[in-house]
Design a protein around this ligand. Structure first.
Ligand code: I6G
Length: 752
C-alpha cells in the first residue's frame, strides 16, 4: 500500500483486528480533540480534509469490526459534547404564545372583539402597535439590580430551559442595564440573519457536520448547545418585544415601553409603528410584507398589541394567549408536485387520516414530502355538507397537486391539476376497515371522520395515545418522546401509560436492559428513569389532558381541573353522571323529533315537556352530576359525553385506574390570593352588566379564584344580576341563593 495514495478505507482494510482496536482508540481521541478545537475554541487544529479522512477511516474500521465500535465512537457524535440536558427554570410569569389571524377579516374580528370586551364604542380611540414577528425562538432574560441573572427558553410556557451561559455570549443581550427596575424580565426573540445562516451552513458542511434546514433551526440548535463556546461561535441576535415580571412598570403604553427597552440597551424592531385604525394596521402589514425579502432575517407575520397597558391588563389572558395581542400571519407558500401515494394514519381517537406522500418539493425554504388530505370528503372534492370544493375535483394517486404551508402548520394539498392526471388513475377508495387492526372503520352521522372501532386493541390507537401521553403539554417525560415510545411499544415493553411507571421494576435490571438497546447508553437510561420518577407527581390538569379523551384538550382539561380541584372529585362526578349521558342523548333526539312533529302539525314545539319526560327516569344524583359538569363554563354536553364514554368503557377505565394508582396527583389550587372574598365561590352572572362586559366580568371573577357557572343550582353561592335578569334570578330566589347587583359585585371584589 502506498501511503501517499491510499484512501482512508484502504488504510482500514490493511489492519488486523488487534491493530484496528488500537487505531479506533487513537481515532476517538484525535477526533474528539479536533472537535473541541473547532467547536469549543473556534480554532481548528487540523485541516478540514484531514479531519474528514480520520472520520472516514473510523467509519470503515467500524464497518469491518462492528463489535469493536466504542461507546465514545466519533460516528455517534455531532459537534462537541453530547447534550446532557439543561436545568429547568419555572417562569415567574408564564410565557404566553399568540393567537393567529390569517385573513384581514380575522384582524377586524379581533379588534371588534376587543372593543366589545371593553365595552368601547366603535368610534372610541383604540391604538395598536404593529411590528414584524421574527421567526426565531423566544427567550426570557431576568435582570436583578441591573445584572443579567438568568436566561430561559419558553419551554412549555411554564417551565423552560436555563440557557444563561449561552445567552451571555450574544452581543445583542446586555450583561448589565442601568436605571432599570430592580427586577426586570425582558422577553424577545433570538434569531439568525440570512447571511450568518448561509455562512454557518457552509462551514458545517465543509467539516462534514450537520447543516441546518433554516435560520430558525440554526438559531435553536445554536442556543441550545451545552457548551457556551459553541453558542459564542454562532452569530445569534436578539430583538426585545415584551416583558415578564417587573418591580416597576416600564411605561404606560406598549410603544413607550419599547422605547424604554431601547434606551436600556436592547434592540427593538425598527419597523414597529403605532396604528390608530384597522386600516392603518393593514397598511403597515402590507408595508412589512413588501419589505420582507430585504430585511435579511426571517419573519412570518406582524404582531399587533393594544398600546394602552391599562387596557392590556383589563383584557388579560385566555389560557395560553393574551387577549390584547394577535399575530397576523403572512399567506401560505405554494408549490406543485406529484402525489405519489395516499396513506392512512390511525390517530389516538381512532380517526383515519389520509396523508399525501409527495415527491419532495421545497415550499418556502422547507422540503415537504408529506401533507394532510384531511378526510375522505376532502379527497372526493366535497365539503361536510356534500357541496363541491375545488370545483368538485377529486384527488387521485399519481395526480399533480398544489401544496401549501403557512407557518408551522402541517402542509396541505390545496388543489389538483386535472390536465396532468395520469391515464388510468382511479378514484381513491377510502378504506372501510382499519389498515392497522382490520376492525370496522365507521363514520358516525354528522362526523366528517371515519374511525377505527378497535379501541385499545388497535396497536395504532394504543401507540398514538402513548405518544400523546408523553407529549409536551401532557407528562412531558424527558428522554421519552414519540420515537422511543414507538420502539418500546413495538417491543412489548409498554402497552399503556401505567407501564411507563413500571418500566424500571418490570425489567428488574431495568437500567441494564434499557442501556443495551440501540441508541441508549448508561447515562441516558439513568436519566430516563429519573425523568419518569419525577413525573410521578403531576398536576391534575396535565393528568386530565394526558388521557387523550376526545374533545378534552388543554383548555377543557384546565377548566375541569379548576372546577373539581381533585382527581377523586372529577372521577366520582363523571361516574355519577354516567346514567345521565344516555338520557342527554335521548333528550336531544326527542327534542329534534318534537320540533319536526310540531312543524308538521303547525304548532309550537313542547320542548320543556319533551325533555322532562326523558329526564324523569334519570336518578336525581346522576342528573345533578351531569348538570354540574355541563354547568362548568366552557364545558358543554360534548365534553361531558366524551368523559362519560371514556370513563364508562371497562378496558379504558381500568387502564386509567392503573395509571392513577402509580401517581400522586397534585390538586388544582384556586388561582388567587386566599384573601379574595370570592375565592372558591361559584358565581353566576345574569342580565345585562353596565360597567363591564360579561366576558370581562367572568375573566375577572376567575382571576380572583371564583368559579363562574352558566346556570343556577344549589351549588351557586352568588348571583350577580343586572337589569333584565329573568329565570335565573327567580331560580336563585327559590333556592335561597344570595343575589347582588353589579355595583355590589364591584364593591365586593374591590373594583367599586
Ligand atoms: O411570540 C411572540 C412574538 C412576537 C410574542 C410577542 C411578539 O411581539 C412582537 N409578544 C407577546 C406578548 C407574546 N409572544 C406572548
Amino acid at each position: 500500500m502506498d501511503p501517499q495514495t491510499a484512501t482512508p478505507e484502504d488504510r482500514a482494510a490493511a489492519l488486523s483486528e488487534a491493530e484496528a482496536k488500537a487505531r479506533l482508540e487513537d481515532l476517538a481521541t484525535t477526533i474528539a480533540r479536533a472537535d473541541e478545537a473547532y467547536h469549543r475554541d473556534d480554532a481548528p487544529w487540523i485541516p478540514d480534509a484531514e479531519y474528514d479522512a480520520l472520520k472516514r477511516e473510523n467509519a470503515a474500521l467500524e464497518a469491518r469490526f462492528p463489535h469493536l465500535k466504542r461507546r465514545d465512537s466519533p460516528s455517534d457524535r455531532v459537534g462537541a459534547a453530547p447534550a446532557e440536558g439543561f436545568a429547568k427554570v419555572r417562569h415567574r410569569m408564564r410565557m404566553m404564545s399568540l393567537g393567529n389571524a390569517f385573513e384581514d377579516e380575522d384582524l377586524r374580528d379581533f379588534v371588534t372583539g376587543i372593543r366589545r370586551y371593553l365595552g368601547l364604542a366603535p368610534d372610541a380611540p383604540l391604538a395598536f402597535t404593529a411590528e414584524p414577528k421574527i421567526d426565531g425562538l423566544s427567550l426570557s432574560l431576568r435582570y436583578e439590580d441591573g445584572r443579567l441573572v438568568q436566561a430561559a427558553t419558553r419551554g412549555d410556557g411554564e417551565v423552560g430551559e436555563n440557557v444563561t451561559a449561552n445567552a451571555r455570549t450574544i452581543a445583542d443581550i446586555p450583561q448589565t442595564v442601568e436605571d432599570a427596575p430592580e427586577v426586570l424580565e425582558v422577553r424577545g426573540e433570538v434569531y439568525m440573519s440570512h447571511a450568518d445562516f448561509e455562512a454557518l451552513n457552509t462551514r458545517q458542511s465543509a467539516r462534514g457536520d450537520k447543516t441546518f434546514a433554516n435560520p430558525r433551526n440554526a438559531a435553536a440548535g445554536s442556543l441550545r448547545q451545552l457548551d457556551p463556546a459553541i453558542t459564542r461561535a454562532r452569530p445569534l441576535r436578539f430583538f426585545a418585544y415584551s416583558w415578564g415580571e417587573l418591580s416597576d412598570p416600564l411605561a404606560a403604553t406598549q410603544i413607550a415601553a419599547l422605547d424604554r427597552l431601547d434606551s436600556l440597551g436592547f434592540q427593538t424592531n425598527p419597523l414597529t409603528e403605532l396604528c390608530e385604525t384597522v386600516d392603518d394596521m393593514l397598511a403597515h402589514y402590507r408595508q412589512i410584507e413588501q419589505a420582507r425579502a430585504t430585511l435579511g432575517y426571517d419573519i412570518d407575520g406582524v404582531v399587533y398589541k393594544v398600546d394602552d397597558l391599562a387596557l392590556q391588563s383589563r383584557l388579560g389572558f385566555r389560557s395560553t394567549t393574551p387577549r390584547w395581542a394577535i399575530a397576523h400571519k403572512f399567506p401560505a407558500e405554494l408549490a406543485w408536485t406529484r402525489l405519489e401515494a395516499i396513506d392512512i394514519q390511525v390517530g389516538r381517537t381512532g380517526a383515519l387520516s389520509p396523508v399525501a406522500r409527495l415527491k419532495p418539493v421545497t415550499v418556502g425554504g422547507v422540503v415537504v414530502s408529506n401533507a394532510t388530505l384531511h378526510n375522505e370528503d376532502y379527497i372526493a372534492g366535497r365539503d361536510a355538507t356534500g357541496a363541491p370544493i375545488r370545483g368538485g375535483k377529486d384527488i387521485r394517486e399519481g395526480d399533480w397537486v398544489q401544496v401549501y404551508r403557512a407557518g408551522d402548520v402541517i402542509p396541505k394539498v390545496a388543489d389538483v391539476d386535472l390536465s396532468n392526471r395520469p391515464e388510468g388513475a382511479a378514484p381513491y377508495a377510502f378504506p372501510a376497515t382499519c389498515p392497522q387492526c382490520g376492525s370496522d372503520a365507521v363514520r358516525e352521522e354528522g362526523d366528517s371522520v371515519r374511525r377505527c372501532t378497535g379501541g385499545l386493541v388497535c396497536p395504532a390507537q394504543a401507540v398514538e395515545k402513548l405518544k400523546h401521553f408523553v407529549s409536551r403539554s401532557a407528562f412531558d417525560i424527558e428522554g421519552l418522546g414519540a420515537k422511543q415510545v414507538e420502539q418500546f411499544h413495538a417491543d412489548g415493553w409498554i402497552a399503556e401509560p401505567a407501564d411507563i411507571f413500571a418500566l424500571q421494576d418490570r425489567y428488574g435490571s431495568g437500567l441494564q436492559q434499557v442501556k443495551n438497546r440501540e441508541g441508549w447508553g448508561e447515562k441516558s437510561a439513568e436519566n430516563l428513569f429519573r425523568a419518569i420518577e419525577e413525573k410521578r407527581t403531576i398536576p391534575l390538569k396535565r393528568l386530565i389532558f394526558s388521557l387523550g379523551i376526545r374533545h378534552v384538550g388543554e383548555v377543557a382539561a384546565a377548566d375541569l381541573a379548576r372546577h373539581f380541584g381533585t382527581w377523586d372529585k372529577l372521577a366520582q362526578t363523571v361516574d355519577r353522571a354516567a346514567r345521565a349521558g344516555a338520557a342527554a342523548r335521548r333528550a336531544e333526539d326527542a327534542v329534534a323529533a318534537e320540533r319536526a312533529a310540531a312543524a308538521d302539525e303547525g304548532r309550537k314545539p313542547r320542548l320543556a315537556d319533551t325533555k322532562a319526560a326523558v329526564w324523569a327516569d334519570v336518578p336525581q344524583e346522576a342528573r345533578a352530576a351531569w348538570e354540574e359538569i355541563t354547568g362548568i363554563d366552557g364545558i358543554g354536553a360534548t365534553v361531558a359525553q366524551a368523559l362519560v364514554t371514556a370513563f364508562g368503557q371497562p378496558r379504558e377505565r381500568a387502564s386509567i385506574d392503573r395509571l392513577v394508582a402509580c401517581l400522586e396527583v397534585e390538586p388544582e389550587a384556586a388561582p388567587t390570593a386566599a384573601d379574595s372574598p370570592v375565592a372558591g365561590k361559584t358565581v353566576v352572572f345574569t342580565g345585562s352588566l353596565e360597567k363591564m362586559t360579561r366576558a370581562e366580568a367572568k375573566a375577572r371573577a376567575e382571576a380572583l379564584g371564583a368559579k363562574v357557572s352558566g346556570s343556577v343550582s344549589a351549588k351557586t353561592d352568588l348571583l350577580v344580576a343586572g337589569p333584565g335578569a329573568g329565570s335565573k334570578a327567580k331560580k336563585a330566589a327559590d333556592l335561597g341563593v344570595e343575589t347582588i347587583d353589579e355595583d355590589a359585585w364591584l364593591a365586593l371584589i374591590g373594583d367599586g
